[in-house]
Design a protein around this ligand. Sequence first.
Ligand code: ACM
Ligand code: ZN
Length: 767
Amino acid sequence: MKEIKIVLLLLLCPFFLFAQQTVSIIPEPVQLQLGQGAFTIDGNTTVRLENARKELKPAAAFLASHIQRISGYELRRKRKKSNAISFSIENINGIGNEGYRLSVSPSGIRIAANTKAGIVYGIQSLLQTLPQVRTNAALRVPSMEITDYPRFAWRGMHLDVSRHFFSPAAVREYIDLLASYKMNKFHWHLVDDQGWRIEIKKYPKLTEVGAWRVDQTDKVWGERPQAQPGEVPTYGGYYTQKQIKDIIRYAAERNVTVVPEIEMPGHVASAIAAYPFLSCEQKPQLPLTGGDYTNMSSNYCPGNEQVYTFLQDVLDEVIALFPSEYIHIGGDEVDKTSWKNCASCQALMQREGLKNEEELQSYFIRRIEKYIVSKGRKMIGWDEILEGGLAPQATVMSWRGESGGIAAAKMNHDVIMTPGNPVYFDHYQAGPAGEPLAIGGFNTLKRVYDYEPVPQELTPAEAKYVLGAQANVWTEYITTLNQLEYMVLPRVLALAEVVWSPKEKKDWMDFNERLRYHFKAFGQKGLNYSLGNFTVDIKPVSQNGNLTVALTTEAVNGDIYYTLNGAVPTPQSIKYEGPVRIDSTVTLKAVTVVNGHVMGVQPAEQSFVVHKAIGRDVIYTYPVSKYYQAEGPNTLTDGVRGTTAVGKHWHGINGSDLIATIDLGEEKPVSSITLGTLQNYRDWIFMPQWVKFEVSTDGQTFKEVGTVNNQVSVDEKNAVIRDFTAAFPEQRAKFIRVTAKNLGTNPKGHPGEGKAAWLFADEIIVK
Ligand code: ACM
Ligand code: ZN
């Protein structure tokens, strides 16, 4: 935050009531120098287009409509120089296509840039110095000089309109939000299993049939029963080509390019419901209602030439509509079982010498790329398109972490970084207690802010292939515009600073200071936003037989207050000064307090169970996956129980058994041992087949004290937590050994059938 104390001005200037002026622009400009005094926009202020009048008219109208809304003043376009806001397109070195210079002095405002995009960004910065609602106060813009331009060319936000349909008005609001923070790509995910959302004139059933499903919005995504014959599909919608053109124009006026995603070859159950010939099975199906894919076809058949004809026809209409240089073709998460069982697919593989179904996918993607390139466009695909060999000119969107992006950059392909952690904005940003139900994950505001799109693994030459970064917003769990706002605000502001501002100018404390203006602006605009970054993070540390808890908050200037008796914490509760020792079974609740006010939605809360193995080292025979380390090596003895909502307290092992040995430090009487486990079908996590418990006094000879068999069906699709407990006559034991038998591979009928299953465990409770 830039601020000047206008001590001198107190003597010189009639506006001495404004003891200080602040500017809170997000993303932080490259250079910002505050001057003295301010320019006041009033009823006589005009807009002056120094040149390029025709080209700059929409920008002038954009500024005028905002000023009119907040003040009632009509900024007329005039040639006069005084009391004017001037725009000029000129040749400025070093600021590129999207940069701008904004000069404010008491006599006027001037925005200069190389293109109209830069002028629009100058206006966006200017607007961030003004109120966002109707005001009678003077519209004072502090004197300043800004020179500004982006770090990355790709500053993207994605929106899934298939799982939830958002109206054209909602889409325009979303584009406005992106544009305010200088994001320049709107990745419009128009096609997925649960709804086809773009009118294609040659194939009207795509929207007549594929855009509508039986309405089960009242049920959680994974728990929606499939449609039954005779049920009327009433949920859905689509965008006509006319509406799409309007949205593209609206976005272009704000320097936002709309990049369509026409998903293929998987995630297209909606297209198949409309035209069953597109799938390998070619059998009719009803539109999907949610996450139950049983007996559904969701892939195109790459062995069928008619599929390519269909897709080229669709792409012809898409290319005619969208001026975007890039067309996104999806390519993610293709379950290739249907291709394995399809005579046409297998015959094609024979003819083309394709070794496996991954190569079949590559064959398909290459053909599509060739077509797109022949039309003068470029193709983007999700990182799965690397798997059977990358199409020659493809741009890769790296979502399963950064490894796909790193591999592609090393092959001299352009990449866009959009790793699930930390830039999936459908993931939790706080809680999860008190938060709206989300798909999982945990991407806090600070984690987004700290994201660096250029991985260390890349040389400077390879780093040039990183075009930028993007956040993705999948909407299985986001069913209203209000909730959409909540998921992206304020995280999109953090991302904007990641992709626009110079790396060395990033400053978390300063960002938080500037955020205050924007929170106020969200309130003024009636936008729903999250205060989630005030949620206290509760981190248990167990060592040498002791359990302590460290509490942190991302909020700058925030203090933490907590309770251990179940009460809701207030500023009169215990103030956190350092790690808290836990030596009985308790529930800890904590809040962030800023300036005497409790922040956030709901206190952070964690229960601890204190038992005889707390803080003891756990030795694993087979290692825990590097992806599921939770709080580190002692996660199973930290007294913290995992929940179904997020993976954060679980240790995960892929394919192998869990064999954990604990040294209790000394011989103790023991009469019960428990292992907590999780099943989450959709994440390939299954209950162990059985759990064996053993005790020992010397660590050499173990004696079994019980084996407990699994009771949960492998077909149970809802997440379940189960404790396996052996209770037995009291024994003396120094060592405990727990063996949990992995299911081995995902069961028959599961999307990952035959691949290694995960086993997840949280606590080993010894009593
Ligand atoms: C994705 O999240 N499936 C690209
Ligand atoms: Zn096939």
